[in-house]
Design a protein around this ligand. Structure first.
Ligand SMILES: [Zn+2]
Length: 314
């Protein structure tokens, strides 16, 4: 191999080796690259826009285009951001949005739902429906980050999925799955059996520190294990970047390891009898200390695992 060929080969290799991070700058991207639409398969796309807050990372949605309309999995955190998603879909297809699957009920994925056309059919887990209904009733009402539009409430005819539902849109079979309680308790995934693509929403946070404010630490690893057993070709996260097939499998595995490690560290401190506030100071997250949101989510994870171990989570 001549020098020029060798240099060219090396350059190709470097370009191919994406930095494994949720941080857009470390990844070699610019703010102006977002929001962006990524083609994952013939008729399957993800849409990535920045989450609100100091640390930049993406909130990632999926949409499936068929000749009978579009299914969207998750929205963005405020009406302007979700309008960006709706507009991005319109640039790909003139077909209408037929379904919106609420995979995560959190405000950063539902706060912009007012921007979806009226008349779309919502699909949601009963646990998430109860949470959204309670918020709408003003009890426990947490505004979505970035300004949830209070005019949107979940339509009464939303379809409930507590385990599994298969629908066919155009010729596309689409499975809505509950793999177990994870990040919210009502976590839904969307599986496309033809292309073997699994959109996991907040069950899978790609290189983002396990976020546990409303999580079920005893159940979450099991949901990840189920997803891994499905042996999909591509796993898509609800936060962090859309990856290519093999990398997405490695990153799902890396996330599972991170979650196990975080739970193990909190459990170690609990077993040693370290009081919760002291445990927050002592926690050693190892390599995960550099993951996006580690500083803000580390203490929350300690508190949540302590609650679990103290029998305070049903
Ligand atoms: Zn989120």
């Amino acid at each position: 191999m001549g020098d020029v060929t060798r240099i060219a080969a090396l350059a190709t290799l470097l370009i191919a080796a994406q930095v494994r991070t949720a941080d857009p700058i470390k990844r070699g991207l610019k703010e102006s690259d977002f929001p962006r639409t990524i083609k994952v398969a013939d008729n399957v796309y993800t849409y990535e826009d920045f989450h609100a807050g100091d640390e930049q990372f993406t909130t990632t949605d999926m949409f499936v285009v068929t000749d009978q309309g579009v299914l969207v999995a998750d929205g963005q955190g405020d009406p302007a951001a979700s309008k960006g998603l709706v507009d991005a879909i319109a640039r790909i297809t003139s077909k209408p949005i037929k379904y919106v699957v609420i995979c995560s009920d959190h405000g950063d994925h539902t706060g912009g739902n007012a921007s979806f056309p009226s008349g779309v059919s919502y699909i949601i887990h009963p646990t998430s429906k109860a949470i959204l209904d309670r918020q709408a009733a003003g009890q426990n009402g947490r505004a979505g980050r970035g300004g949830r539009d209070p005019s949107w409430t979940l339509p009464a005819d939303a379809q409930l999925v507590s385990d599994k539902k298969t629908l066919t849109l155009g010729r596309e079979p689409i499975e809505i799955l509950f793999l177990g309680r994870a990040h919210t308790g009502g976590d839904l995934s969307v599986y496309l059996p033809r292309q073997k693509i699994l959109f996991m929403s907040e069950i899978f946070l790609n290189r983002v520190f396990p976020a546990m404010r409303s999580a079920y630490p005893a159940d979450w690893p099991g949901a990840l294990a189920k997803a891994e057993t499905m042996n999909a070709n591509i796993y898509i996260p609800g936060h962090g970047f859309t990856e290519k097939g093999e990398v997405s499998k490695e990153e799902l595995r890396a996330y599972h390891k991170a979650l196990d490690a975080v739970i193990a560290e909190a459990t170690r401190l609990h077993k040693a009898g370290v009081p919760v506030d002291e445990a927050i100071k002592q926690a050693n997250w190892g390599e995960y200390a550099s993951w996006t949101l580690a500083k803000s989510q580390g203490p929350i994870a300690i508190r949540k695992v302590y609650e679990q171990l103290d029998g305070k989570i049903q």
